[in-house]
Write a protein that binds this ligand. Structure first.
Ligand code: F6R
Length: 619
């Protein structure tokens, strides 16, 4: 959470920083700030509570000149979201300004130590402690900024990505990271003069250069206006910068005519999944090949158990993956909330495979779960969307979703990308373990390839949810029900509604209703039931009857041509028929659209819902 951007070069920094902040705003948006050093050497800091637009308003009548600067968009951890707590933070002498993403866990003793030596603080943040500590080191060791940052960070416990500028040396930015992401863009201006960009991810950089360096954990970099890039670790051991070519285009970061990223990303799903499947399934022999497992086949074939660690929507996708892998591969699979797993001394064996599923690849709890699995010598496999992310680099091997950047805070195409990738993984293992016969394997592979077209059909046939959604804006609660593969879809549908419309919603396995939640049902309670004409159809029909007899309003997701459930429902969304295991990929579409349109009708900020951030880099 929190977005960092920085620039040093020959261009005016402010427009680059502001554009970068807009791109990073999905990471946090409760306050924002910018710091620049102008031609005459003045170091300025401007901040605003609220969004980047509010910062721009503050800066409208200020001196925003300068070819070096850093900026920040915040998701509050320590200290409420207000102007004083917004970044950048000055050091006591105002010679330094610093932006930070992460949490400094030992900030209290550090602050007390500095307060005792006469340093005063202006905010409640852990970040101000960092910038003061760097200046404290400079003063007490009479050293330059780079060394002072090394010394300061050696005393720090926690996670950080930082960028810092110095009034008395306006020709360099010093940055560092541990646990929180930081990318350095290496570019040239139109006259071939060096320039550097910094971003919490590649989105603020991609417009200017496709050459980047992913800063490693506990590495510190000095970006010099002359083009010199120096990287060391905390012990001052020199590191060689590895230049990597970015795989991202600017078009992918625009809304492409849609009012919100979320709607664009919902509609992108058929194409995104085509790309995700492409190259992994042979049309000649239906063979599934995931590059990430080719060299590690034995790990999957010999493991006794798979443990999947994830959070939020990725956890829901993992649950579907569990059902699929257990059914197709006859392998026990456990799905863990990474935040619980990391703190509860779980049994992890060296012959377990631990799979980390994460869209951003930066989720702090999932990263910590990987660390724990590694300490127990398990083989760790990553399923991430963001290329080059921390999780993709921390795992032994893995697979990317290839669904393109997901900007809307509510996850949509990453969910379906994760489900399909876990299905591909299950099919790849099943074909090696021979746990499915050829006929079944071919049929599952062929049907998987039909899913993008069936998704397109689903989108086209559910366009009118926009009018229908208006009717539900008054609701205070929703219940979502599903069974088998569709229980995780119920959880996901409820989460989508909660996070963007702020309506309370719960997902349950349909048969659990009668063990308690049925008491909630009355004529005001909409109940969304995923009821495809497959598997446990008759059972779910009985569950619907139980709700109807208590006057609940039924909104159902039904298979095309279904009559029984449709007639029992107040409203129905239709999906094409598919195998049970793939129904979630279609059934989730109307639920995504429902939550989107209810939120729009309620006037919510769909792409940036309150209190949330896309990338949860704090625990
Ligand atoms: C919900 C949502 C979150 C994320 C969760 C994990 O729409 O986006 O619940 O799924 O924060 O994030 P990743 O997948 O990046 O690890």
């Amino acid at each position: 959470m929190c977005g960092i951007v920085g620039y040093i070069g020959t261009q005016q920094a402010y427009p680059i920083l502001i554009k970068g902040l807009h791109r990073l705003e999905y990471r946090g948006y409760d306050s924002a700030g910018v710091s620049l050093i102008n031609k005459s050497g003045a170091l300025t800091v401007y901040k605003a509570k609220g969004k980047v637009d509010d910062l721009e308003a503050v800066c409208a009548d200020k001196d925003i000149s300068g070819t070096i600067g850093i900026a920040h968009t915040r998701w509050a951890t320590h200290g409420e979201p207000n102007e004083a707590n917004a970044h950048p933070h000055y050091s006591q002498s105002h010679n330094l300004a610093l932006v930070h993403n992460g949490i400094i866990e030992n900030y209290k003793p550090l602050r007390s130590m500095m307060e005792r030596s006469g340093i005063s603080f202006c905010s409640d943040t852990d970040t101000e402690v960092l910038v003061q500590l760097v200046e404290y080191m400079q003063n007490s060791h009479k050293c330059d900024l780079f060394t002072a940052v090394q010394l300061a960070l050696k005393n720090v416990v926690g996670a950080y990505a930082i960028a810092i500028i110095e009034k008395s040396h306006p020709d360099r930015i010093v940055c560092a990271r541990k646990g929180s992401p930081l990318i350095i863009g290496v570019g040239k201006d139109k006259n071939d003069r060096a320039e550097f960009f910094i971003g919490s991810d590649a989105t603020p950089i991609v417009e200017y250069t496709d050459q980047v360096v992913y800063l490693g954990d506990e590495e510190i970099a000095s970006l010099d206006r002359t083009g010199k890039l120096q990287i060391t670790n905390l012990n001052n051991v020199k590191q060689t910068p590895q230049l990597v070519k970015l795989q991202m285009s600017l078009d992918q970061l625009e809304k492409g005519g849609y009012p919100h990223f979320m709607l664009k990303e919902i509609w992108e799903q058929p194409d995104a999944l085509r790309i995700c499947i492409k190259g992994r399934v042979s049309n000649l022999n239906s063979k599934v090949t995931l590059s990430g497992i080719i060299d590690h086949k034995d790990k999957f074939l010999n493991c006794r158990r798979i443990i999947i660690c994830a959070c939020g929507t990725s956890w829901h996708a993992s649950l579907i993956g569990k059902y699929f892998i257990e059914e197709a591969c006859h392998l026990p699979v456990e799905v863990e909330y990474a935040s619980e797993f990391r703190y509860r001394n779980p049994v992890i064996n060296a012959d377990d495979v631990v799979i980390a599923v994460s869209q951003s690849g930066e989720t702090a709890d999932t990263l910590a779960a990987i660390q724990l699995a590694k300490e127990h010598h398990a083989f760790v496999y990553g399923i991430c969307n963001v290329i080059g992310s921390s999780i993709s680099r921390a795992t032994d091997s893995g697979t990317y979703l290839h669904v393109g950047p997901e900007i809307g805070v509510a996850s949509t195409k990453a969910f379906t990308g994760q489900v399909i990738t876990l299905c591909l993984l299950g099919l790849a293992i099943a074909q090696e373990k021979k746990t499915l016969n050829d006929k079944m394997l071919n049929m599952l592979v062929n049907e998987l390839q039909q899913i993008p077209d069936k998704m397109q059909w689903t989108l086209e046939h559910n366009k009118d949810i926009s009018q229908f959604a208006q009717m539900f804006t008054y609701c205070k609660n929703f219940i979502y029900l599903g069974r088998g593969y569709n229980y995780p879809v119920a959880l996901e549908g409820a989460l989508k509604l909660k996070e963007i419309s702020y309506i309370h919603a719960e997902g349950y396995p349909a048969a659990e209703m009668k063990h308690g939640p049925i008491a909630l049902i009355d004529e005001e309670m909409p109940v969304v039931v995923i009821a495809p004409k497959r598997g446990m159809y008759d059972k779910i029909v009985s569950n619907i009857q139980e709700i109807k007899s208590r006057h609940g309003k039924i909104i159902s997701v039904v298979t095309e041509g279904d009559v029984t459930v449709k007639e029992m429902s107040d409203f129905s969304f239709v999906i094409p028929d598919t195998r049970d295991c793939y129904v979630p990929l279609l059934a989730v579409i109307p639920l995504q659209l429902l939550s989107y349109y209810v939120a729009v009708a309620k006037g919510r900020n769909v792409d940036q819902p309150r209190n949330l951030a896309k990338s949860v880099t704090v625990e």
